[in-house]
Design a protein around this ligand. Structure first.
Ligand code: GAL
Length: 455
């Protein structure tokens, strides 16, 4: 796995802060400083009682079971503490940021909440709302246990750690219903790294064979982010250099127009009412055979499992065209508020997600790759193991997702999602018009990174 973040977060993080509406937040509770806490003693104290409010966005089938297993694992370790699971539906983290902001303003900071490392957590740092977790990293030996490149990704702009990763998913994936391909006599390529030509040919064949009301693709972008997810995949699949330039703030209208032109071409194969559904509803329709394929991150796997679908029998995956050899990195983790009613409880939660027991149960159910090298391969099903081997292969290149919090300032990422969803629901897919709008979003957010993805 090769990921060169370098000091990207440092630079872009500072710029992101001014654009985040949380700047004015003043937490009402007493702020604890990790330097004044004996963190090993806190983590080893399993007798203490308390309440830990855990906020997360795992509501889809499979994901829900996975987070419940973490709650169970927490109560196994810290039996006197009540962990309350609070689900904020929506996926991808956008709704979480707003929810946490409101809670923090009301003086009710959650003890711990789900986040992606990178840009998404920088605004909280600007407002000094997160507990420094360096000691947790030391205590649980996370730097040594983390998969290569991950420590770097989890190091904030000030050089400290504020997040404990719980799982990793590949984001540049297309899921397809094998039975639909069979039903319409469409040959499934014997390889997953399909080219753009192969992809268009599959789309053409499906479109010609499927009856009215059925479509080769659907987006499920009621929330906006799945449309943005497709945009970032097309961008990387068009030219990784464009992607690198984009997240570094070296954007230009021509490149973005080029990406959106491909997006417009893809829209010929997408169900016209795509934005009336959430991503998981689309997945249900893929299983039902109404849509043949869905462009979605690997977190769609546990949902497929929860619907009784078996990889290789009922569904298959392709790597998004043009992105062969690249792994879109989507990392989930937990951060800890420094001003909640039970900061120590939050700390224990964050630590506990990294333990071997929790990693085994969570990774199995979430079908995510464990961030830690001591989670045994037997934990994984066939497809997750394949993704894990891809991620850890020496020659795989990694790109950080901007739809999922890591690579762009939160404000820019959310505006992008809105614009791209508007593009996908527009009548004429005017690539240049929307490219201008997108470039302006990056300009206004002052995006400036130093990512080095391409050799
Ligand atoms: C991502 C997250 C995944 C999954 C997905 C859809 O941001 O990393 O684990 O939850 O959103 O909700």
């Amino acid at each position: 796995m090769r990921l060169r973040k370098l000091c990207a977060l440092a630079l872009t993080g500072m710029l992101a802060l001014s654009a985040f509406p949380m700047n004015s937040v003043e937490a009402k509770g007493e702020k604890l400083n990790a330097d004044d806490m004996d963190i090993p003693a806190i983590l080893e104290n399993t007798e203490e009682d308390g309440t830990v409010n855990v906020y997360h966005w795992w509501t889809a089938g499979g994901e829900k079971d996975a987070i419940e297993s973490v709650v169970q694992g927490f109560s196994d370790a810290y039996g006197e503490i009540k962990a309350k699971s609070n689900a904020i539906p929506g996926g991808a983290g956008g709704a979480m940021v707003m929810k946490v902001k409101v809670l923090q303003q009301a003086g009710k900071s959650p003890e711990t909440f789900q986040a992606h490392p990178g840009q998404e957590i920088e605004p909280y740092l600007n407002s000094d709302l997160l507990l420094n977790l360096n000691q947790v990293w030391d205590y649980a030996n996370l730097a040594e246990r983390a998969l290569p490149g991950l420590e770097d990704l989890c190091t904030a702009s000030d050089g400290n750690k504020y997040i404990v990763p719980i799982g990793i998913h590949k984001s540049n994936v297309i899921f397809y219903n094998i039975h639909v391909f069979e039903k319409y006599g469409i040959e499934i390529p014997d390889h997953e790294n399909i080219t753009w030509d192969e992809f268009w040919s599959i789309c053409d064949q499906l479109a010609a064979a499927m009856p009215d009301g059925e479509y080769p693709l659907d987006l499920g972008d009621r929330k906006g982010w799945p449309a943005c997810q497709v945009f970032e995949d097309i961008m990387l699949g068009t030219d990784p250099q464009i992607y690198e330039d984009f997240i570094n703030g070296n954007y230009n209208v021509e490149d973005v127009t080029n990406v959106l032109s491909t997006y417009a071409k893809m829209m010929n194969y997408v169900a016209p009412d795509h934005s009336s559904r959430d991503w998981y509803e689309t997945s249900g329709q893929v299983v039902a055979g109404t849509y043949a394929m869905q462009i979605m991150g690997a977190w769609m796997q546990p949902l497929m499992t929860s619907m009784g679908q078996v990889y290789g029998e009922d569904y298959g995956v392709f790597t998004f065209p043009g992105t062969d050899g690249w792994f879109g990195m989507c990392v989930d983790g937990f951060v800890v508020s420094n001003d909640s009613a039970d900061v120590e409880g939050g700390l224990r939660w964050a630590y506990n997600v990294s333990t071997n027991e929790v990693q085994k149960s969570f990774s199995g159910l979430k079908e995510s790759i464990s961030p830690y090298n001591d989670t045994p391969d037997e934990t994984y099903g066939e497809l997750t193991l394949k993704f894990k081997n891809e991620l850890t292969a020496e020659d795989t290149k990694v790109f950080p997702s901007f739809t999922h919090g890591t690579a762009l300032p939160w404000s820019a990422a959310t505006s992008l999602q809105t614009q791209i969803q508007e593009f996908a629901t527009s009548s004429d897919y005017d690539a240049e018009y929307f490219a201008n709008k997108i470039v302006n979003i990056l300009k206004e957010a002052g995006v400036k990174g130093e990512w080095n993805l391409v050799d």
